[in-house]
Write a protein that binds this ligand. Structure first.
Ligand code: APR
Length: 310
C-alpha cells in the first residue's frame, strides 16, 4: 500500500505490530467502540453482513418500535431466536483479551453496541463496559419504566418455543426458512408488564428511533472529557450508527490515535479515513487482539489466565 502517511523508512506502519506495541506501552487512557464483528468468531451474525437477513426481513427493519407495534409476536420470535443463539455462543479470544486489558488498565473504557452479553461472560469488569444499545437479557415494559435485568429464560415464554429449537446438524431451523409458514404469535400469548399490567414486555435493547440511556451517555462523555486520550480502538463495527459512531471523532479531537480492527480495515476506502499515526489491522478481532494487547495482558495460558511479559 503506497500511503506516505503510513510509511517509515519505506515500511508500512499502519499495521505494524511493533509500532502498535510501542504506542500501547506508552498509553495511559484508552477508549474502545465495539460492534457485532467482535462476536463474529463466536458464531453470531453481524447486522449488515451475510447473516443479516432473518427469514426475509432485514434484521435492522425488525429492530424498531414500529415493527413491534405492528407485530410484536414476529419481533419477539426474532429476539427469542437471537437470545437462544447468544446463550449457545461462547465468548471468544477478543472478548477475553479486552476483559483482561480492562482488568490491567483502570483508564480503559469499552463502549459496546453489542447486546449479546458475551463481554460480560468473558468477565469484563462491569464498571469498565458500557452497553450503549442495552441487552437482549434485560426485559422492559413497552409502556411504563419497569425493567427486569438478567432474564435468561430460553424460551422466553412458551409461545416463543419455535425460536429456541436446535435443528439437526446440517439442517435449517424451520423458523429461519422464509418459505416455511410459522404459527403467528398473538399479543395474548406474550407476557404483560407485571407493574402496569398494560404494556407488553419487550427486549431491553435500543431500537432505531429510540434514545440511548442518558446516564450511560453522560458517563461515557465524562470519561472522554476527563483528559487526553491516547488510543481509540474501533473493533468490528461499521461505525455508521449514531451516536455510538460519534465517539470516534470525539476521541480523535481529544488526541487519540485510531486503531481499527476489522477484516475490512485495510480496504482502500477504509484506509482513506485514517490519519497519520492511526493503525488498521484487517483481520479477525479474535485472532489479532490477543497479539496486539500482549505487552499489557501477557499471553493466554491453557488454564485461561494470562502470563505477563518479563
Ligand atoms: N472481526 C472483526 N470485525 C469483523 C469480523 C471479525 N471476525 N467479522 C466481521 N467484522 C466486521 C464487519 O466487516 C463490519 O465492519 O464487523 C462489522 C459489523 O458491522 P455491522 O454489521 O454494521 O454491526 P455494528 O457496527 O455492530 O452495527 C451497529 O447497528 O443494527 C444496529 O443496533 C445494531 O448495534 C448495532 C448497530
Amino acid at each position: 500500500m503506497a500511503d506516505p502517511d503510513h510509511q517509515k523508512d519505506g515500511k508500512e506502519t499502519h499495521n505494524d505490530i511493533e509500532s502498535f506495541h510501542a504506542a500501547l506501552r506508552s498509553s495511559r487512557r484508552i477508549l474502545a467502540l465495539c460492534g457485532a464483528g467482535l462476536s463474529a468468531s463466536s458464531g453470531l451474525p453481524t447486522f449488515r453482513g451475510a447473516g443479516g437477513l432473518w427469514r426475509n426481513f432485514e434484521a435492522t427493519n425488525l429492530a424498531t418500535p414500529g415493527a413491534f407495534a405492528m407485530d410484536p409476536g414476529l419481533v419477539w420470535l426474532f429476539y427469542g431466536y437471537r437470545r437462544h443463539m447468544c446463550l449457545k455462543a461462547k465468548p471468544n479470544d477478543a472478548h477475553k483479551a479486552l476483559a483482561a486489558l480492562a482488568r490491567e488498565m483502570p483508564n480503559f473504557l469499552c463502549l459496546t453496541q453489542n447486546v449479546d452479553n458475551l463481554s460480560q461472560r468473558a468477565q469484563h469488569p462491569p464498571d469498565r463496559l458500557f452497553t450503549l444499545h442495552g441487552s437482549l437479557f434485560d426485559i422492559k415494559c413497552s409502556k411504563c419504566d419497569w425493567i427486569e435485568r438478567g432474564n435468561f429464560d430460553d424460551p422466553f415464554c412458551p409461545a416463543l418455543a419455535p425460536a429456541s429449537v436446535d435443528p439437526p446438524p446440517g439442517e435449517t431451523l424451520p423458523l429461519l426458512n422464509p418459505y416455511h409458514r410459522i404459527q403467528h404469535v398473538s399479543e395474548d400469548e406474550l407476557p404483560k408488564c407485571p407493574r402496569c399490567k398494560q404494556g407488553l414486555q419487550r427486549p431491553g435493547v435500543v431500537w432505531f428511533g429510540e434514545s440511548l440511556d442518558f446516564d450511560v451517555i453522560a458517563r461515557a462523555d465524562s470519561f472522554v472529557r476527563a483528559g487526553p486520550l491516547d488510543l481509540m480502538f474501533v473493533i468490528g463495527t461499521s461505525a455508521i450508527v449514531s451516536p455510538a459512531a460519534g465517539y470516534i471523532d470525539k476521541a480523535r479531537k481529544n488526541g487519540a490515535r485510531i486503531v481499527v480492527i476489522d477484516p475490512r480495515a485495510e480496504d482502500l476506502d477504509e484506509m482513506d479515513k485514517l490519519r497519520s499515526g492511526d493503525f488498521a489491522f484487517g483481520q479477525d478481532a479474535a485472532k489479532i487482539l490477543p497479539v496486539l494487547l500482549e505487552p499489557i495482558i501477557g499471553t493466554r495460558q491453557p488454564d485461561g489466565s494470562y502470563r505477563k511479559p518479563g
